[in-house]
Write a protein that binds this ligand. Structure first.
Ligand code: TLP
Length: 396
């Protein structure tokens, strides 16, 4: 019975959207956000632009984000074979296995499986902070800019956003100066939120370590949004548990470069994860037979981490080749992992995206700088096709 339901779920997940269906979708509403380098980036990157209509090639090359991947046949098989139970009763062995594996990988005592990266960050905030507390955060970090102000809205936790450098890093001195003294006028500084990678940038390990020391000396905690921490680890050669060492809690997304259809894991001490689990229930994120999703996460941790190096190589290939175009500015230094940032001349921005869409190549609607993201559904051939499309645009 369980298996046949899984098979049906899998059939529906694996059914690929046809190009016609994609063409029918319109722009999503979204926000313009300012990135670490002061670029304006559109965060509503959920649907394909209407101008895919008239596409000249059959397959869509989706560079909007690494969130767009579909589970592979092997991942779907792992899902179909998953042993499941009711996770709210703590009876799902696959969820338990994923949580144990994630905790071990990140070098933490415990972990909790949650549906999204946003919820992972939010349950961490609620585990660390009480109403009236405050967290220090980079002003371009996802948790502050792109999560609906969740900690304030739902936790009564205020934010103290600080500017970052052009690699998305906070300065230790600025963080130190932002920690408030215990005075009834002020919110209580409780937490420092870090992110890695930030818009594709690997964060400096020494800075992170120093912020960790600073936090400890003031009795503060650190939460790390490591949505793409595996990318940072693979690109830098630093073990992921070392990258997570300074953090009391770390969130890792399974549904970005790792290719699972959904899910994140929050790792930390047993006590903090117990509190996060309570917050997850409160937010409606405790799921039942979520072992089917956890199986994808386990598969992703097993098979899709080392291969991130391919995404990084392809991003580099794309960046270096695009940098040769005279009328396109490419921030080569920004491509440390799987993201490429290109700025066309203002008058080319719309026509370029439209031309790419005509070739079934999707880019985010960011302006003036466009983000191109490589992931496991992008091949070497795709990169060649993208370059060819750019060439045809700039030749005409
Ligand atoms: N980021 C998405 C968009 O929301 C911008 C993307 O396409 O990059 N932390 C970081 C650093 C993220 O980039 C994201 C998603 C999240 C958390 C939230 O993850 P989800 O979408 O699973 O809630």
């Amino acid at each position: 019975m369980r298996r046949s339901m899984a098979a049906r779920a899998i059939a529906s997940i694996s059914s690929r959207l046809s190009l016609t269906e994609r063409m029918a979708s319109g722009h999503a509403a979204g926000d313009w956000i300012r990135t670490a380098k002061g670029r304006d980036v559109y965060s509503g990157m959920t649907t394909a632009p209407t101008s895919v209509a008239g596409a000249r090639t059959a397959r869509v090359i989706d560079l909007r984000s690494d969130t767009v991947t579909r589970p592979s046949e092997e991942m779907l098989k792992a899902m179909a074979q998953a042993e499941v139970g009711d996770d709210v009763y703590g009876e799902d062995p696959t969820v338990a296995a994923l949580e144990a594996r994630a905790a071990e990988t990140l070098g933490k005592e415990a972990a909790v499986f949650v549906p999204t990266g946003t919820q992972s960050n939010l349950v961490a905030m609620l585990a660390h902070c009480q109403r009236g507390d405050e967290y220090i955060v980079g002003d371009c970090y996802h948790i502050y800019r792109d999560e609906g102000g969740g900690p304030s809205v739902l936790g009564g936790v205020s934010s103290c956003p600080l500017p970052t450098n052009d690699r998305g890093e906070l300065s230790v001195e600025a963080v130190a100066a932002a920690i408030k003294v215990d005075d009834p006028h002020y919110a209580m500084t409780r937490l420092i939120c870090l992110e890695n990678t930030v818009h594709g940038h690997i964060q400096n390990r020494i800075t992170t370590h120093r912020i960790g020391e600073l936090a400890r000396s003031h009795g503060l905690a650190i939460h790390l949004d490591g949505a793409r921490l595996m990318n940072a680890s693979i690109a830098s050669g630093q073990p992921v548990r070392e990258l997570a060492q300074a953090a009391d809690t770390v969130s890792v997304c399974l549904s970005k470069g790792l290719g699972a259809p959904a899910g994140s894991v929050l790792c930390g001490s047993a006590g903090l994860i117990r509190r996060a689990r309570r917050a997850r229930k409160l937010l409606g994120g405790a799921m039942r037979q979520s072992g089917f999703l956890a199986a994808c996460g386990l598969y992703a941790l097993e098979h899709n981490v080392e291969r991130l190096a391919d995404d990084h190589r392809r991003a580099r290939l794309l960046a270096v080749n695009l940098a040769a175009f005279e009328r396109l500015t490419v921030d080569l230094a920004a491509t440390e992992t799987n993201m490429v940032f290109v700025t066309p001349l203002p008058e080319h921005h719309g026509p370029l995206r439209e031309h790419l869409s005509g070739d079934a190549i999707l880019t985010g609607a960011q302006s003036p700088t466009i983000r191109l993201v490589t992931h496991l559904d992008i091949s070497d051939d795709d990169i060649e096709q993208v370059l060819d499309s750019f060439r045809r645009f700039y030749r005409s």
